[in-house]
Write a protein that binds this ligand. Sequence first.
Ligand code: GLN
Ligand code: ZN
Length: 766
Amino acid sequence: MAQAHVLGLPRIGARCELKFAVEAFWRGDTDLATLQAAGRDIRAANRRAQREAGLDWITVGDFHWYDQVLSTLALVGALPERFGAAPAALTLADYFAAARGDARHGAMEMTKWFDTNYHYLVPEYSPRTRFGAGTQWLFEEVEEALNEARNVKPVLLGPLSLLFLGKEKGGLADRFSLLPELLAQYERVLARLKAQGVAWVQIDEPILALDLPAPWRDAFAPVYARLAPVAPALLLATYFGDVSEHVAMLAALPVAGVHVDGVRAPAQLETFAAQWPHDKVLSAGVVDGRNVWRCDLARARARLAPLAETLGERLWVASSCSLMHCPVDLANEVRLDREVRTWLAFARQKLDEVALLRRSLDAAEFAGAEVCAAFAADAAAQAARRTSPRIHNEVVQKRLAALTEADTHRASPYAVRAHAQRAWLKLPLLPTTTIGSFPQTPEIRAARAEFKRCAMSHLDYLETMRAQIRLAIEKQEAYGLDVLVHGEAERNDMVEYFGDLLWGFAITEHGWVQSYGSRCVKPPVIYGDVYLPEPMTVTWSAYAQQLTDKPVKGMLSGPVTMLQWSFVRDDQPRELTALQIALALREEVAALEAAGVRVIQIDEPALREGLPLRECDRAAYLEWAVRAFRVCASGVADDTQIHTHMCYSEFHDILPSIAALDADVISIETARSDMELLGAFEAFEYPNEIGPGVYDIHSPRVPTQAQMEQLIEAALARIPAQRLWINPDCGLKTRDWAQVDGALANMVAAARAVRSRLAAAQARAA
Ligand code: GLN
Ligand code: ZN
């Protein structure tokens, strides 16, 4: 009989308990014992959920106070040495200091975990990096679980992934050279787990789904030959992609089993089963750990049944990856549309699905009443979803079908448009603007919350927001900015705000997932054809435009960003969903233009992060992503100016695609890295107008006029003055007004100073 398990659970708690406990501890409001108790409760609840679902293995070691990579470093005594903490005596306070920085040291760098929206802390490897005995936390958590039951399966990030995902610092030539010393620690950890009585350890090596350099791939055999003899049975887990190119290597490893992702790459299940050794377990991840849809049980069973035939009890039924990437429990969603709810499964429900699938592989169980009823209920839900009018919108389908090549091009090339835009905008050289949001003050948040609770009338709410818009416009006029914004007071979040207003999107109440540390996000669920019932932003932007003679820039989130930061449909390709969002936004753009808002920004901060893990998939992604943007931006007249904005990523490698968006103006984050991006413009000249950020909005520091003048001068060395804009790195919603007042006044002064120097130079030349 097959066995059932998952690769890990969310650790944030059903009501974000971890977030609240950790943040209270950081503020000094609670003590260590209270924090420890909160962690214990979450772990106990997760074990209980797995037990209740009837899984054969209780996965532990997936609880982390901040991040799994940081915890693994702590376990092998390798936190960056610059923090000076004693590895074996590492406290939670030391651990948090590395994650968040302290008075003397900046935080560890953070980057995205593969192609998820989770961010891990990047290990720092230097010539001084030492490995040794670290924290006891994992062993304590294993003990805690063993006290309840014996079928405990700890999960551990593997040594090759831990090393590969880090960065060389302090002149270290190659982090690969640290492998022998690191392995000694893995031997120690695995031997200790074995001594504790653990039978299986899940060791994650997700780097196998990347384009892995040969030396790293070749290291798997010797590394696992060294670890296997001292370890409990090892289940080497891969996920997030196809690893079938490694099947022979994996089959020959001295591990007891391998897990492969059967959702991202279903075909590899057969590839593996066909050549799988008779003494090894194959774990098939068929329940999607990355999305919120309920598993199509019949389809998953059809895929598993032949595997069960060949593998028998060596088949393990699993989630595709850790469930930490989906929300905790659908049972908490009471306000969600009743029909949509029947199509969903969050982490808690996915445990049941895995258990049920395992049971269904047993002929007697499959014929039994319980499994039969569950399969029938699922089949009904799947059928209903396939045909529901909630999903299929004929108007959207017709518009999609009518889309032509011409819809993806502006009427004229940039040079012609720029001329038409200059004629009415009459902007000075080096025009100044901002990215969209202004401080989200406690009053604004309170008003939004009250309105949502129905404790504030619609009119009062409108008036409160309008007062904020008036304030923002007055302030921008006083700073002397050239292109103004309305300030986005009405928006809680740049995706949820639009998701709430578009058909085809559902907003959950408690669908939180961890983004990093204590930070959680609540992605909307895109379940149906995306349709714009009425304009979403026109009243706000048009109101702002009435208040001033300066141009006011309308503000939208772009199709790729909305897609990236939502749970997306699994019944059609991502690119089709992106295109639907783009069509809806195209109408919004037209409505803004018609209302006299003729500078419009479409934000795409997530364009770069959507890039697929494998090089071979990237060109196709960039092509449809660019097309989606162009569909929403191309329906306007030549003299309407389209802006876009990007941040959070390094853009060097996708500059040609950014240029292909053909926005008239792009504002892009560069201040934080001291205009490092400009180096890339040596090799690639950006053809349209560009505003490299001159104010790092992530810092509470108010930059001086001189500092910003310097950045402007640096930009002028690479970008002609006629195409250079002056703006901050990103929106200002996280800053307070005092900081914004200072920074923007200085920014405008800096732009004016450089402008007059340019004018003087020109006069001299003439
Ligand atoms: N217009 C948005 C803002 O200013 C952009 C946010 C973003 O880039 N993430 O807040
Ligand atoms: Zn930004």
